[in-house]
Every structure is written in C-alpha cells, then in structure tokens.
Design a binder for this molecule. Structure first.
Ligand SMILES: [Zn+2]
Length: 136
C-alpha cells in the first residue's frame, strides 16, 4: 500500500501530466519507492522533479559522467506542462533510449517552452539522463 503524505494538500495531478496524484505518480520515484522502467518514465519523473525542485532526485537520475555538481533552479521559473513528442528505445529490455519532449514553463507570467531530444542510458540497471539536444 502506498503511504500518502497527509500534511500537504495533494496537487490536482502530477506535474508530468499523467492523470494521477503526484504522490502516487512521480512522487514514488522521487521518494525512492520505485525506479523508472522506461526512459520515458524517467523523463517524466525528472520533469516533475524540476517542477517540485527535487534536486537530490535530479542528481541521482543523471549519468555520473555528465552530472553537474548542483542544479540551478531559476526561482522565477514555473514548469507548467510536459508534452512527450516521441521516443526511441528506452524500454524494459533496452539499454539506451531517446525521448523528445516539449516542456512548457512560465517566467514572470510569460510563457516559454523547451524542445529537447534527450538521451538516456542504463547505469547499473537504472535509467539515467545522459544529455540532450535542444531543438529549435
Ligand atoms: Zn508523474
């Protein structure tokens, strides 16, 4: 049975866009109860981690070879919505994968988007984020 945090009101839905409460969706990965079985699931959980500013999760889901020492969160930035546009590989039996996405955000009320094709690989069995190409 999943444990819920009763001290915080549940958000409407998970930031990643799936129709589940954060605590039952990406929250389970952030709390270390589950690991992502696909690169897309890891991508969604990392988007949610940016949205809720879970730096520890972002760092541990980052490939050790490309991982920064810290994550700079822009305090003015609000991550609104994630659109998955496509994926290659990244399944339960793959060792590499890519996920193309568009992440929508707001800075001081102005809407923007990040369109990226991210690369993921398995590191000791767990999916990690390697790097990505910004698409324009
Ligand atoms: Zn989620």
């Amino acid at each position: 049975m999943s444990k819920r945090r009763e001290n915080r009101p549940a958000p409407e839905g998970c930031p990643c866009g799936l129709p589940a409460a954060y605590a039952d969706c990406c929250g389970r990965l952030h709390r270390g109860e589950l690991i992502a079985t696909t690169a897309e699931q890891l991508m969604r959980s990392r988007f949610s981690a940016f949205a809720v500013r879970d730096e520890a999760y972002l760092l541990r889901s980052w490939d050790p070879e490309t991982r920064p020492t810290e994550v700079d969160f822009d305090p003015a930035m609000r991550w609104d919505r994630l659109e998955i546009l496509g994926a290659t590989g990244g399944g339960p039996f793959h060792t590499e994968g890519t996920v193309e996405f568009r992440a929508h955000y707001r800075v001081h009320g102005a809407a923007g988007e990040l369109h990226e094709n991210s690369r993921f690989r398995r590191d000791q069995g767990a999916w990690v984020y390697l790097d990505g190409d910004i698409e324009r």
